[in-house]
Design a protein around this ligand. Structure first.
Ligand code: NDP
Length: 386
């Protein structure tokens, strides 16, 4: 019987919801490109309910306990003596989320003698030391595509919100004011701007597709080129590297995984090559940018705005400088955890567990590490240091 240790974010401050703003979710059976949405044998939760917080338990408890497995759910993941550290040594499976990451460092993996499977209930497995997972034969899996469109929508929202100066203008309303000049002195149209994405995978391409109707000029860089037909359809300009692309862009969005190739990519040097007054949107991972360099670029005016939902570490401390830097539109890490996405990543986590517990192969598209090597989606999107 397996012990499943699941780390989730806290319930809402006023308690686990008993009612919801909407009664249902649109049914999404397939993603762009044809991959099917999760196909577990069954689910024990109501799509549209809060599943990603501690009391939501990803809807896994009755499924696991009926089969004789143990489920431990906690949000207590950091600091000496955390529940996560206490429960880890005999856990067979760890489930964590990028929004509230239980960092599976090399030390923790070494201390987790039973660990065989690390599941990301979401996308982005950089909170797992992939080198250590490979060395210890731990399988790493994620629910690929579950929240890619959710993030793409967040990127579009943040792009418009920065360029049009939405948040400060909304603040004027909240403050009882009406100074139009205050609102519009930093407000522009997106139309005609050059927008570039670093990476055009599931999220990056979805962002490009969603922005195309705004009559912008679209650019991208990626390790692999998109099919010619897609480039033609969207009028994309390909650049061999981020360094080649960013000087041409008014808006840059980062949609690449965090791995050795992308860590620290946006430092002082690259930021200095961007157009003065460019906007940078990063919903991928915070460590792809140098946090201090971003703050400097906002203060100097080199960047007109920065937005995203990824921080390091997470949760960000109350005095994190990004909370108070000028012209930012940050949210906590929420883009991939709306209720719509939660229904998909809870179902996908269940699908992965059903397969693994029954000794069946996990879908290739969900695999990041398997059999002591990068595998499936991981082999395509990640690199490791050894
Ligand atoms: P995909 O794997 O579909 O796409 C990632 C793309 O990045 C691939 O096209 C890959 O290239 C490309 N890439 C990898 N390394 C580089 C590089 N050095 N330079 C340029 N491109 C590179 O992933 P998704 O689009 O689904 O997700 C992207 C990232 O977004 C995730 O890794 C995660 O970190 C983040 N994310 C954030 C969420 C949030 O809630 N904020 C939720 C979900 C994801 P190729 O395959 O061509 O080699």
């Amino acid at each position: 019987m397996a012990k499943v240790l699941c780390v989730l974010y806290d319930d809402p401050t006023d308690g686990y919801p008993t009612t919801y703003a909407r009664d249902d979710l649109p049914a999404i059976g397939r993603y762009p490109g044809g991959q099917t949405a999760p196909t577990p044998e069954a689910i024990d939760f109501t799509p549209g309910h809060l599943l990603g917080s501690v009391s939501g338990e990803l809807g896994l408890r009755s499924f696991l306990e009926k089969a004789g497995h143990t489920l431990v759910v906690t949000s207590d993941k950091d600091g000496d003596g955390s529940v996560f550290d206490r429960e880890l040594p005999d856990a067979d499976v760890v489930i964590s989320q990028p929004f509230w990451p239980a960092y599976l460092t090399a030390e923790r993996i070494a201390a987790a003698g039973n660990l065989k499977l690390a599941v990301t209930a979401g996308i982005g497995s950089d909170h797992v030391d992939l080198d250590a997972a490979i060395a210890h034969g731990v399988t790493v899996a994620a629910v690929t595509y579950c929240n890619s469109i959710s993030v793409a929508e967040h990127v579009v929202m943040m792009t418009l919100s920065l360029v049009r100066n939405y948040l400060p203008s909304h603040q004027v309303v909240l403050d009882g004011g009406w100074n139009i000049g205050d609102c519009v002195a930093r407000s522009y149209d997106l139309e005609g701007m050059h927008v570039g994405t670093v990476a055009a995978g599931r999220i990056g391409l979805a962002v490009l597709r969603r922005l195309a109707p705004f009559d912008v000029k679209l650019h991208y860089t990626d390790r692999h080129r998109l099919p010619e037909a897609v480039e033609r359809e969207l009028g994309l300009v390909f650049h061999a590297s981020a360094a080649e692309m960013v000087p041409h862009c008014d808006v840059v969005t980062v949609n690449a995984p965090l791995h050795p190739e992308t860590e620290g990519l946006f430092g002082d040097e690259l930021l200095a090559t961007m157009k003065r007054g460019a906007y940078l949107i990063n919903t991928a991972r915070a460590k792809i940018v140098d946090g201090d360099a971003v703050e400097r670029a906002l203060c100097s005016g080199q960047l007109a705005g920065y937005a995203g939902d990824v921080w390091y570490p997470q949760p960000a401390p109350a005095d994190h400088p990004w909370r108070t830097m000028p012209h930012h539109g940050m949210t906590p890490h929420i883009s991939g955890s709306c209720l719509s996405a939660q229904a998909r990543y809870a179902a996908g986590t269940r699908e992965i567990l059903e397969a693994w517990l029954a000794g069946r192969p996990i879908r290739d598209e969900y695999l990041i590490v398997d059999g002591g090597a990068l595998a499936g989606t991981g082999a395509h999107s990640y690199s490791v240091t050894k």
